[in-house]
Design a protein around this ligand. Structure first.
Ligand code: DHK
Length: 161
């Protein structure tokens, strides 16, 4: 019975992908549309959930402007999610705390950005997440998230991280 319960929990976890959005991403759709596009975050989240259903995973999304809240959400993913897709926004370039939390939970991470950060200001070229992520998807607007989700599901299917 206990083994069965554990199996069920593992199966549930293995079908759940957490998508995290960092600061100011609640404003996409109207925020600097030439850079971040015209798709709202609500629409991105709906598209992610739809694609998740197609790919056989449950997508959970979370946005915060607060570094601590994002760290808390990452910590809570241990044992409840199988992979993390993350656009940490500006914290990508600054947050040792988020990097440490991602390392602590030992889940495969896919880093995504709407814009191609490497074509922008020099301070956006450095990511504190890149070297601990399985890979990055940047520059495709809202599509970056969908490609990132596909990549995460592929990683889970291959059992790689
Ligand atoms: C989003 C942000 O808010 C910026 O701070 C990053 C990223 C880039 C994006 O392109 O999605 O530098």
């Amino acid at each position: 019975m206990a083994v069965q319960g554990r199996r069920k929990r593992t199966a549930r976890r293995s079908r759940r992908v957490l998508v995290l959005h960092g600061p100011n991403l609640n404003l996409i759709g109207t925020r600097e549309p030439a850079i971040y596009g015209r798709t709202t975050l609500a629409r991105v989240d709906a598209q992610l959930r739809e694609l998740g259903t197609e790919l056989g995973v449950t997508v959970e999304t979370f946005q915060s402007n607060s570094e601590g809240a994002l760290v808390d959400r990452i910590q809570a993913a241990r044992g409840t999610a199988a992979a993390i897709v993350i656009n940490a926004g500006a914290y990508t370039h600054t947050s040792v705390a988020m990097r440490d939390a991602l390392l602590a939970v030992e889940l495969p991470v896919v880093e995504v950005h709407l814009s191609n950060t490497y074509k922008r200001e020099a301070f956006r070229h450095r990511s504190l997440i890149a070297d601990i992520a399985v890979g990055q998807v940047v520059g495709f607007g809202a599509e970056s998230y969908l490609l990132g989700l596909r990549a995460a599901v592929g990683v889970l299917a291959r059992g790689a991280s």
